[in-house]
Design a binder for this molecule. Structure first.
Ligand SMILES: NC(=O)c1ccc[n+]([C@@H]2O[C@H](COP(=O)([O-])OP(=O)(O)OC[C@H]3O[C@@H](n4cnc5c(N)ncnc54)[C@H](OP(=O)(O)O)[C@@H]3O)[C@@H](O)[C@H]2O)c1
Length: 162
C-alpha cells in the first residue's frame, strides 16, 4: 500500500490512477472527501491535512511508502510527514521537489525553501528519493485568462523551456 499526498492535484491524481491501473494498492490523502470523487473506485481514501500530524500518522499506518508533495511554503508540513512516517514505521518516501532547489546557492527564496524541505528529509534518516522536475505543462493553464484576452505575456521573451 502506498500513501499518495496531493492526491486531488495535477500530479497526485495522475499518480493514483497509474498505480491503481498497475495493480498497486493505493491510499489517497485528501482534505475534502468530496474531492476524492475524481479518483478511481477501489482505492483507499484517508482524510487528513499536512498541517495535522495525527491525521497524517493515521493515514500512514500500514503503508510501505509515501509519495510526498506540498504546495505551501515552509518546513512544518515536511517535519510532519517525517514524524508520521516514523510513528507509522514507514521507511521510504518519494518526495516531489523541484529543479528550483538548485537556486538555493544564490539565496533565491523559493530555492532556499525547497532546499530547507529537502534538508529535513535528508536529515530524517529515512530512505528518500527526490524528484526535481522542471516546469509542468499544467502551468500553461494559468495563461487561459490571457488567451481569452487575446494575448499571452511570456516571461521567457520569447524563449523555450521543457
Ligand atoms: N508547477 C511546476 O512547474 C512545478 C515544477 C516543479 C515542481 N513542482 C512542484 O509540484 C508541486 C505541485 O504539484 P501539483 O501541480 O500537482 O499541485 P496542485 O495541482 O496544486 O495540487 C496540490 C495538492 O495538494 C493538496 N494540498 C494542499 N494543501 C494541503 C494540505 N495542507 N494538506 C494536504 N493536502 C494539501 C491539494 O488538495 P486540495 O484538493 O484539498 O486543495 C492538492 O491535492 C509543488 O510541490 C511544486 O513545488 C511544480
Amino acid at each position: 500500500m502506498y500513501l499518495i499526498t496531493g492526491a486531488t492535484g495535477n500530479v497526485g491524481t495522475a499518480l493514483v490512477k497509474l498505480l491503481h491501473e498497475q495493480g498497486y494498492a493505493v491510499r489517497a490523502l485528501v482534505r475534502d472527501p468530496s474531492r476524492a470523487e475524481r479518483l478511481p473506485d477501489g482505492i483507499d481514501v484517508a482524510v487528513g491535512d499536512l498541517d495535522d500530524l495525527d491525521s497524517l500518522t493515521a493515514a500512514a499506518s500500514g503503508v510501505n511508502g509515501i509519495f510526498y508533495m506540498q504546495v505551501n511554503p515552509g518546513t512544518a508540513p515536511t517535519e510532519n510527514i517525517v514524524a508520521a512516517a516514523r510513528a507509522a514505521d514507514v521507511a521510504r518516501i518519494v518526495a516531489l521537489s523541484s529543479i528550483g532547489v538548485r537556486l538555493e546557492p544564490v539565496d533565491h527564496p523559493i530555492g532556499a525553501d525547497l532546499a530547507a524541505r529537502e534538508a529535513v528529509l535528508r536529515e530524517s534518516g529515512l530512505e528518500v528519493t527526490y524528484l526535481r522536475p522542471n516546469a509542468f505543462m499544467s502551468n500553461a493553464l494559468w495563461w487561459l485568462p490571457m488567451i481569452a484576452e487575446g494575448r499571452v505575456v511570456d516571461a521567457t521573451d520569447p524563449g523555450r523551456y521543457a
